[in-house]
Design a protein around this ligand. Sequence first.
Ligand code: ZN
Length: 125
Amino acid sequence: MIQKFLISLGITALVSGLIAALFVTHWILVFLLAFVVQVMAFYIGNTIYENRTLLKAEQIRIEQLKEAVKQVALVECPCGQKNRQDVIVRFDENVTYKCSECNKTIKLDIDIKPVLTTEPIYTQK
Ligand SMILES: [Zn+2]
């Protein structure tokens, strides 16, 4: 870690030195200026890269959540051709799909029915 930092510092100083060598009269000023500019450029570059990585991770997480809430149901088209196909079911918006047989746009009407359940009675003799 500290070795990496020293190497990076050495390279930055070397580049600053090369730029400063072009200006013989004010070389110390040019050296310091080149050094500061490089450090600032690295910092800005790193910050942009970090933000992009975070944004990408967040987008992947949202995609995963979208995939996780997808429910698929096998439905029969009301066109009469008895075509059955898988449709993604959602409760938060209207669901429409195209029938692969008649090519018509079909709206999915979700109907939830509560039914009584019967509990089996076990009798022991
Ligand atoms: Zn159809």
